[in-house]
Design a binder for this molecule. Structure first.
Ligand SMILES: CCCCCCC/C=C/C(=O)SCCNC(=O)CCNC(=O)[C@H](O)C(C)(C)COP(=O)(O)OP(=O)(O)OC[C@H]1O[C@@H](n2cnc3c(N)ncnc32)[C@H](O)[C@@H]1OP(=O)(O)O
Length: 280
């Protein structure tokens, strides 16, 4: 048994060195850069959601770390939102675990005592937009990338807590339009409505994100954390008190024929678009 141990360890080490990590963490002096790293588009499957949750939790436990920049290893895509294949033709057990992972990741990121800035170089629809909105500030690159909650365009409905976070970020009326029409906007329009704090050329996204983070970190720590909790706890508590009900609503809704056929159509359109792009 003891003789097997080194072999087992060597195998585990080999596996760890070859399995790409879904989230890359780079520690700087007193903050970390957390890069989403699930090719090709950082779609949020259960494992990526759990990896984000664990990454934030581990940084919260590191006494040297006071803040984080949330970013992507793919400069063209921040995150494509929830992985639609998790919701299409699902197994109910996995679907339930997937939604719990989404709830947990939202609650972790929205209420973390760390100061957080989203550095958005590329597209950020739906669940990607939620991750960004959970941060204290957002910097986005000018030009092509779009951000927004586009769920209605897919024929699905965002849960109340995604709406709440958007209302807290851009107000009720703008949310009504963005959410109802499934709008996605570029960085300039995002800045006009308060969804984005800084709209800058792509090569400046990280330096400006660092500047914003340092501004948050210049505030006395306990005052900053207590104020963040004061601003956000009520919203988070609304979900915490209804976790199971929210999950059941999601599972029931997701498993309806109407939603399944909407998701099938959307996946087919994405595939067709990808094939046309590859054929060029
Ligand atoms: C059922 C109840 C639901 C309750 C609501 C829950 C709240 C929902 C939140 C969500 O996040 S739903 C997901 C919404 N996301 C989107 O609408 C984004 C869709 N994707 C895109 O618009 C584009 O892919 C992109 C992100 C702008 C990137 O474009 P690009 O041209 O660079 O790449 P593509 O060729 O389009 O895609 C590459 C590859 O990735 C697949 N893919 C893209 N997005 C997703 C996704 N969200 N989930 C799963 N897979 C995705 C795409 O099909 C291509 O696959 P292959 O053809 O290469 O296999």
């Amino acid at each position: 048994m003891l003789r097997c141990l080194p072999t087992f360890r060597a195998r585990a080490a080999r596996a760890m060195s070859t399995t790409p990590s879904l989230v890359q963490i780079e520690k700087k002096d007193n903050y970390a850069i957390v890069r989403l790293s699930r090719a090709p588009v950082n779609s949020l499957n259960m494992e990526l959601l759990q990896a984000i949750d664990e990454a934030v939790q581990s940084l919260e436990q590191d006494k040297n770390i006071k803040g984080m920049i949330l970013s992507s290893t793919n400069p063209k895509i921040f995150s494509a939102g929830l992985d639609i294949t998790e919701m299409y033709q699902p197994k109910t057990k996995r679907l339930r675990e997937f939604w719990r992972a989404f709830q947990n990741t939202y609650l972790r990121l929205y209420t973390t005592p760390l100061a957080t800035v989203a550095a958005i170089e590329g597209h950020s629809p739906a669940g990607g937009c939620l991750l960004a909105m959970c941060c204290d500030s957002r910097v986005m690159s000018l030009g092509g990338p779009l951000i927004g909650l586009n769920e209605t365009k897919l024929g699905i409905v965002a849960p109340f807590w995604m709406r709440d976070v958007m209302v807290n970020t851009i107000g009720h009326r703008e949310t009504e339009k963005m959410l109802g029409l499934g709008l996605q906007v570029n960085a300039l329009r995002g800045k006009e409505i308060g969804l984005i704090d800084e709209a800058v050329p792509v090569e400046q996204v990280h330096s400006v994100a660092e500047k914003l983070l340092l501004e948050w970190l210049s505030i006395p720590s306990s005052a900053r954390k207590l104020t963040k909790a004061m601003m956000r706890d009520e919203t988070a508590q609304k979900l915490r008190s209804r976790l199971d009900e929210d999950r059941s609503n999601f599972v029931d809704f997701c498993e309806t024929d109407k939603v399944q056929s909407a998701l099938a159509g959307y996946l087919a359109a994405l595939k067709k678009k990808a094939e046309a792009k590859a054929a060029k």
